[in-house]
Design a protein around this ligand. Structure first.
Ligand SMILES: [Mg+2]
Length: 208
């Protein structure tokens, strides 16, 4: 770790584990009998959105979800959902604060690179205990695994002195490697036994 100066963290399911209970309730209230159908498919649609778009945009996402679900989705519904998402409960990874504190004490630079609507992610981070440790948030201009997303998150740093850490094999592990950016897979549930550079707890970063 001595030669790493900038640590680029993914947010969701790496530093933060969101509780989707309120989000599901919100859509059940809005769509009534179709609520379960919408909730069951939302993640699939979001994955499809990410695979077919270069960035997140409220209006583009609204149109996309309306087409996919065949339900009428207004701007108000989207705005309400994202507000619920900002205010949802979440847990911070057990060792995250300890690790960020450690990295900061070593003079390391810490940023976040995440895929979703920018103002939602920024607000979630600002409301969390993570915020004092983070110098920059990269979100929205380019979605991972678009190369530009990684280049943006590297900033003025030497690529060899940066390291990406995240839970998604394509977006946080392979994508960075494809441009020569060091990466570590955060494999909390021990699902990627064949991946060489993986950790099951963020605490392992301190031992690198
Ligand atoms: Mg993630």
């Amino acid at each position: 770790m001595k030669n790493i100066e900038r640590f680029i963290f993914d947010l969701d399911n790496t530093l933060i584990f969101q509780d989707f209970t309120d989000e599901k309730e919100y859509f059940n209230d809005i769509f009534k009998n179709n609520g379960k159908y919408f909730n069951d498919n939302l993640n699939i649609w979001l994955k499809e959105y990410e695979a077919t778009h270069t960035r997140y945009d409220r209006e583009m996402l609204r149109k996309f979800l309306e087409e996919k679900s065949k339900l009428p989705i207004s701007k108000t519904i989207i705005d309400g959902w994202l507000q619920v998402s900002i205010n949802s409960n979440y847990e911070i990874e057990d060792t995250a604060i300890e690790v960020l504190e450690y990295l900061k004490s070593k003079g390391k630079n810490i940023v976040i690179l995440t895929n979703f609507i920018r103002d939602v992610q920024v607000q979630v981070i600002k409301n969390s205990e993570l915020f004092p440790y983070i110098t920059d948030i990269y979100c929205g201009d380019y979605l991972k695994p678009n190369k530009e997303s990684y280049y943006e998150s590297i900033g003025n740093y030497d690529i060899k002195k940066c390291l990406m850490i995240g839970d998604n094999y394509e977006k946080d592990y392979l994508g960075p490697r494809n441009i020569g950016l060091n990466s570590i897979l955060y494999d909390r549930n021990d699902r990627y036994k064949n991946v060489k550079d993986r950790i099951k707890s963020l605490r392992k970063i301190k031992e690198l």
